[in-house]
Design a protein. Structure first.
Length: 195
């Protein structure tokens, strides 16, 4: 199969719901391909931690519509932080993300950027993934006491607390991150297709 045929076959499998949601990601059994994503993060230059993500139904549909369909690629992707107790679910969307996840939108008890930090990946070139690991988002924490972050997400809208666009991915950390004022939090995201 050539690349165009593989693209069409994966799009058809996705459309026909011929895939499995596994702990490792979305598995396409007809092709032996797994689509998965991870977040990496660290505080003040410490050790990197890694968390698997959930690519939402809205995110999967948007990727297919953009790559295989006629939708225009979004002008950017952005990272969001949240502090809610709920675990991400496939039915989360950009419209309900801020309220459902408890997105951190405060400039005084959150971080110092007026918008969600930009996700700026390098091109995939010859590898089977794309990420921003060479230029992770650097977020300066602002808090009068402590700030707790329970997870992160990737969206197509830069507006903190915004309800438009697409929620591509979200992950709840195994352990909440606790920050002090002035902490530097670095956050990256990788999505990969492996066989």
């Amino acid at each position: 199969m050539n690349q165009a045929q593989i693209k069409r076959a994966l799009a058809k499998d996705f459309s026909d719901e011929n895939f499995d949601m596994t702990e490792d990601g979305i598995y396409f059994p007809n092709h032996g391909i797994v689509a998965s994503g991870i977040y990496i993060d660290r505080t003040n230059g410490g050790e990197w931690e890694q968390t698997s993500n959930l690519v939402t139904k809205e995110g999967r549909i948007a990727a297919l519509d953009t790559y295989f369909g006629t939708k225009v690629k979004p002008s950017g992707l952005y990272l969001a932080l949240f502090n809610g107790a709920a675990a991400p679910a496939a039915n989360w969307t950009a419209a309900n993300f801020a309220a459902t996840a408890g997105e951190i939108v405060s400039l005084t008890e959150g971080f110092n950027s007026a918008t969600r930090p930009a996700y700026t990946p390098a091109d995939a070139t010859d590898q089977e993934y794309i990420d921003n690991f060479s230029s992770v988002a650097r977020i300066t924490i602002v808090t009068s006491n402590e700030l707790t972050v329970t997870g992160a997400a990737v969206l197509t809208s830069s507006a903190r607390g915004g309800t438009t666009g697409v929620l591509v991915s979200a992950a709840k950390f195994a352990a909440a991150r606790t920050f002090q004022n002035g902490d530097i939090y670095e956050l990256g995201y990788r999505i990969s297709f492996t066989s």
